[in-house]
Ligand binder design. Structure first.
Ligand code: PGU
Length: 402
């Protein structure tokens, strides 16, 4: 018999979102008449925009011809797409095209990044944070055991992000620092000063930052940084993971990218870019050529304008949810330059609040504790629903007595 990867035994329960789905399905089985509204997982619901659909059809048609057919492509992504991403998603020459590695999404790259560092590094996460950072580092073997008394793994530094510190943590030493802005789940967006502090801290301590910018396009305030590379010196200390999932509605289409700057080095002077290239060429065979070709053809003024429409639609949902919850007396955070609303719950713990809201309003949310110990006492509302459902949900929220 083959020995199980011992790190799996350290993981607690299943991955957060399937676990929520399981509880939702259980509720539906017991309450078949209930009309459930999901404001839980951040999963897009609006159809693809017209230019995207046309570009996808054209790309598929092209594959039907001998001249247009392509098979395996460059593992790093099509050159034209890498150039377009550098040009359209990073203004002012912040990144070079050959620093852009196209992928099948930010989650997948976050997992693959574990391979870049191996099991001997220490990691720090914002607490609460997107659960993939902690779970994937547990699987890689970077952590010790889970401690029930504080809901923390040994060998992970949890940097608390609370209302008291404006959701920007006291920075703590670790080899790898995960940082997500706009933040999932708190909806907080780090200012230029805060990111400067982060970059300087990483420089002083020889850390590498993994900056998750999956929600960058949801920032409308021009003073807030969309990319870590807007901060001077960031290219020597940071990798940025990003995605078309949320702004283009590509959650099921699958396309993202990671920026690995050429200036980023390991302690022996070797190139992080070189090793990432080695990982991608060895275990990744490129994102779908149809999706890549289509996206090259929508990264223009028309396509970007349609992307803005989609983002504005979800941000109007966020405004509606936040203002309803505020009106009903809840303390809420986020929802302004981020598609998540982080809601304080005083009277019960966050899994109890999840069940209470599901039972009484038939709305699925995400319990804050699922994002880490400092998420206890909160629930997350996602703005990625259909407008009618969002409005109906806000009416039902009036009944919530928590
Ligand atoms: N990074 C962050 C911070 C995210 O919140 C998500 C999705 C991703 C990356 C995934 O990006 P892809 O490019 O689509 O891979 N978070 C959602 C969905 C749950 C999940 O497991 O990804 C959420 O509800 O938090």
């Amino acid at each position: 018999m083959v020995q199980r990867n011992k790190n799996f035994a350290k993981l607690q329960a299943g991955y957060l979102f399937p676990e929520i789905n399981r509880r939702k399905n259980e509720f539906m089985a017991n309450n078949p008449q209930a009309d459930i509204i999901s404001l839980g997982i951040g999963n897009t619901t609006e159809p693809l925009q017209p230019s995207v659909v046309k570009a996808l059809k054209d790309a598929a048609d092209s594959m039907a011809t001998v001249e247009g057919y392509t098979g395996y492509g460059d593992e790093q992504g099509m050159t034209a797409l890498r150039e377009k991403i550098a040009e359209k998603m990073y203004s002012g020459g912040l990144v070079d095209a050959d620093e852009v590695f196209v992928s099948d999404g930010a989650k997948c790259d976050t997992g693959r990044l574990q391979m870049l560092f191996g099991e001997d590094v220490t990691i720090a996460v914002q607490d609460p944070s997107y659960p993939v950072y902690v779970d994937s580092s547990v699987i890689m073997g970077q952590t010790g055991e889970y401690n029930k008394h504080n809901d923390q793994f040994d060998n992970i530094v949890y940097m608390k992000c609370t209302a008291e510190n404006g959701f920007f943590p006291t920075l703590e030493k670790a080899d790898i620092i995960y940082f997500c802005s706009p933040n999932n789940p708190t909806g907080a967006v780090a200012t230029k000063e805060q990111l400067t502090q982060l970059v300087n801290f990483a420089k002083q301590n020889g850390s590498i930052i993994i900056f998750d910018a999956a929600y960058a396009e949801f920032i409308s305030d021009p003073d807030l940084p969309k990319s870590i590379y807007e901060i001077e010196g960031a290219k020597e200390v940071a990798i940025e993971v990003c995605s078309f999932s949320k702004p283009f509605g590509y959650t099921g289409v699958r396309l993202g990218w990671t920026i690995v700057p050429k200036a980023l080095k390991f302690d022996d002077g070797s190139s992080v870019h070189g090793d990432w290239n080695r990982i991608m060429t060895t275990i990744f065979n490129g994102a779908s050529n149809i999706i890549q070709t289509a996206t090259i053809n929508v990264l223009n003024d028309q396509g970007m304008a349609e992307m803005r429409e989609l983002v504005d639609y979800y941000m109007e949902n966020a405004r509606i949810i936040k203002s309803a919850l505020d009106e009903y007396g809840f303390t809420t955070y986020g929802g302004k330059n981020a598609p998540y609303i982080w809601v304080k719950i005083e009277s019960m713990d966050s899994w109890q609040a999840f069940s209470y809201i599901l039972d009484n309003a038939h709305i699925v949310t995400t319990p804050g504790a699922g994002f880490g110990p400092a998420g206890e006492g909160y629930v997350r509302f996602s703005a990625f629903g259909h407008r009618d459902n969002v409005i109906e949900a806000t009416k039902r929220m009036a009944k919530l007595k928590i």
